[in-house]
Design a protein around this ligand. Structure first.
Ligand code: ZN
Length: 288
């Protein structure tokens, strides 16, 4: 495969629990996509939602990634150190008239999750800040193919009523700042990508390329996540975990002989074929 030394990818988990098969899959796919072209792979901890964070989870994730041979470049970026930048970027978006205050609750938002500026917050009322979207930004997903925005998009929150910065803002600011040009992540974030691309554009940032992975579900069809109680993976079974993840990613390397995580990763990097996922009929993967 052609070398692309200016490829910069990343894995960016929230520290809300230990690594499970769904998050290992996202880490592994983004790692292999970067390493297969001799690119850079970064790690970012998205710790901007303290109420949801679990003490010790960030450390446990770093240790698990190391145990699985998923070694990152450069130093880990913690989003909690970046609040000033999020504030400055929010001001930049406001300066180009892309932000509005909204007092809607989930119940008063329109069917698509859209406020469309209909609410009229009182001066003393807590408001979230949302992005004004044009809704005309499509993109070519590296796995799923051409993607068009839905007719009615939800007005994404940039800063919550409790004044915490929202994912959509922080992820764009940091992808731009870290020079990330390839984003490989789960399809649960696909619907946000259109809005994120608009934010990149309004700020004059270069647009990254995106590849959205099918979601891993359990045998009952429930998406694996910390919220649904997905089992933590054991670091002592790193090679087996990697084989399971490679199998889910439809990679031939899953069954190749390897004595260690590093050896298996090296084979998987050589053999990495993301197109195998595009042919996967169900767009979702079942584990175990
Ligand atoms: Zn509103």
């Amino acid at each position: 495969m052609a070398h692309q030394p200016d490829y910069r990818g990343r894995f960016a988990p929230s520290p809300t629990g230990p690594l499970h098969m769904g998050s290992l899959l996202a880490a592994l796919a983004s790692y292999l996509d970067a390493r297969s072209v001799a690119g850079t792979w970064l790690l970012r901890i998205e710790d901007i939602d303290p109420p949801r964070e679990v003490p010790g989870a960030a450390d446990s994730m770093l240790r698990s990634l190391e145990a699985h041979g998923l070694l990152w470049d450069e130093s880990v970026l913690f989003q909690s150190t970046r609040l000033k930048e999020y504030s400055a970027t929010l001001a930049d978006l406001d300066a180009v008239d892309r932000v509005f205050a909204c007092c809607c609750t989930r119940a008063t938002l329109g069917p698509s999750g859209s406020c469309m500026g209909r609410c009229r917050p009182r001066p003393d009322e807590a408001t979230s800040l949302r992005i004004k979207l044009d809704g005309d930004t499509g993109f070519d997903d590296q796995i799923l193919g051409p993607q068009q925005p839905p007719n009615a998009q939800s007005d994404l929150v940039l800063r919550r009523k409790d004044r915490l910065y929202a994912y959509a803002l922080a992820v764009v600011v940091d992808d731009a700042w870290q020079g990330i040009n390839y984003v490989v992540r789960g399809s649960d974030l696909l619907s946000q990508t259109f809005a994120q691309l608009e934010i990149f554009t309004h700020l004059g940032f270069q647009l990254p390329k995106y590849a959205h992975l099918p979601l891993v579900r359990d045998s009952k069809g429930v998406k694996l996540s910390k919220q649904t109680g997905a089992r933590a993976i054991h670091d002592a079974s790193a090679v087996d975990n990697l084989r399971d993840a490679l199998r889910l990613l439809q990679q031939k390397s899953a069954n190749m002989p390897a004595g260690s995580a590093i050896e298996l990763l090296s084979l998987a990097t050589e053999q990495w074929l993301p197109e195998a996922l595009a042919d996967h009929p169900e767009k979702s993967l079942v584990y175990p």
